[in-house]
Design a protein around this ligand. Structure first.
Ligand code: IMP
Length: 430
């Protein structure tokens, strides 16, 4: 059986929710492997809207195993809120369909406070984070002073973990002018949430390896996008995890050989939330129109997304670094009615032409896009379910995208509705 990793191939918000939902219907197990509740996935099923941040998209379907892997940073209070919201919508979430890796680091209130204090106080270093404590939680994980899910089961362990953490945080907080952490209140909060969270805790690596051996189909659900990757993204304007496909392995405990297909989700134009370089960004009417037609507002923070032309240089790069087997191209219909469309095919920097985004921050900020202009189309592509439903100019645009990014289209999504999808290659096919 084939196992599939889904990753965003731009700066996130590529429309992963719909594709993951479409795939999760046929998967047995759906696993999150990085990020946290900074993600925002919207699923539309039979007209009902489900908003997910932390839970894997498979949770809304009966008979699936949903897994939160150790690569995620987990805010237990946000998780309980999300479970409550879904329960109110009639979705059952129990240890029978949700499993959380015991070695998952927790996001504590101190992490969110630190994230927001840094963003508020330091205009120079502002990243434009979601303020959810993601970065500080990952810092504590690699700093070997975090609290993990399994630590909640033993009072003495929990206390010693919290003490270790607070030595670091209190020093930081004094520097930032924040009050020191109330140790007793934090421990009480953790002891209160522990019995709610622990029933979901499991040796996820073991269960997934057994599932794999039993021939179950596993879908690894990435969050954010490859250009926000901590190593290969537009550093420091990135998130604090590896968002590329390789993380599916270390973020769950399955070897890299478990992955058979990497599906990169690619929007037919480009958007980004938060600060940082964006070579094809548009400050004109075209940018405004993309934002309006594409409803480009953040699911988590409600922030307006920055919009620009399709950047083939960046997507070629992320397809390479994630080993993308095929892409799902989304939101093509947002381009309907544009007379001309630009695609970025390379960059100009100091009189030279580049076919990749350089690493140096000053160069990333200075590269100028080189555009190829294509004819647009006036017909609607929304809701198309076969190539025959698409105007010739739209097919030409898609074919040119494939050529430039050196990766084939496996799926084409033409509206938020799940059935408005053109399937070229089934990622789950053996
Ligand atoms: P953080 O992940 O909250 O630390 O934010 C770091 C950067 O990643 C900011 O630019 C955020 O806007 C961006 N980011 C985080 N999560 C998402 C997402 O799900 N979609 C798009 N951008 C995101």
């Amino acid at each position: 059986m084939a196992n599939v990793v889904v990753v965003g191939a731009q700066w996130g918000d590529e429309g992963k929710g719909k594709i993951v939902d479409w795939l999760s219907e046929r998967a047995d197990v759906i696993a999150r492997f990085q990020g946290g509740h900074n993600a925002g996935h919207t699923l539309v099923i039979d007209g009902e809207v489900f908003k997910l941040s932390l839970l894997p998209s498979g949770i809304v379907r009966k008979g699936k195993r949903s897994v939160i892997g150790n690569g995620v940073v987990l805010d237990p209070w946000a998780l309980m809120d999300e479970i409550e919201r879904l329960t109110a919508q009639g979705v059952e979430v129990t240890p029978a369909n949700l499993m959380i890796a015991e070695n998952t680091p927790l996001i504590l209130p101190v992490h969110g406070e630190l994230d927001r204090a840094r963003e508020d106080q330091n205009a120079v270093a502002k990243i434009g984070t979601t303020g959810r404590g993601i970065g500080p939680a990952y810092e504590d994980k690699v700093g070997r002073r975090t609290v993990r899910v399994a630590d909640l089961a033993d009072k003495a362990t929990l206390e010693s973990r919290v003490d270790r953490l607070l030595v670091h945080h209190d020093a930081l907080r004094r520097g930032l002018g924040l009050p020191e952490v109330d140790r007793a209140a934090l421990l009480a909060k953790l002891e209160e949430i522990a019995p709610k969270l622990l029933p979901f805790a499991a040796p996820v690596w073991k269960v997934l390896n057994e599932d794999r051996r039993a021939g179950k189909r596993i879908l690894f659900e990435g969050a954010q996008g490859a250009l926000l990757d901590i190593d290969f993204g537009t550093y420091p304007f990135v998130t604090s995890s590896n968002t590329m496909a390789g993380m599916a392995s270390t973020g769950t405990g399955l070897g890299p050989g478990a992955v058979d297909f990497v599906l990169g989700i690619v929007k037919a134009y480009t958007t980004r939330v938060g600060e940082g370089p964006f070579p094809t960004e548009l400050d004109d009417d075209n940018g405004q129109r993309l934002g309006e037609r594409g409803h480009e507002f953040g699911t988590v923070t409600g922030r307006k997304r920055r919009c620009g032309w399709f950047d083939a240089v960046l997507v070629r790069q992320t397809c390479a670094t994630s080993g993308v087997s095929g892409i799902a191209l989304t939101k093509l219909d947002v381009l309907d009615g544009f007379e001309k469309l630009n695609i970025c095919t390379g960059y100009e920097l100091d009189g030279e032409t580049l076919d990749y985004l350089p690493t140096a921050a000053d160069q990333q900020a200075r590269v100028k896009p080189i555009y190829e202009t294509m004819d647009g189309w006036s017909e609607s592509t929304a809701g198309a379910r076969s190539w025959a439903d698409l105007p010739a100019a739209a097919i030409k645009y898609v074919r040119r995208v494939e050529e430039l990014i050196q990766c084939p289209v496996a799926l084409l999504s033409t509206s938020p509705e799940r059935d408005d999808t053109i399937l070229v290659t089934d990622p789950f096919a053996d």
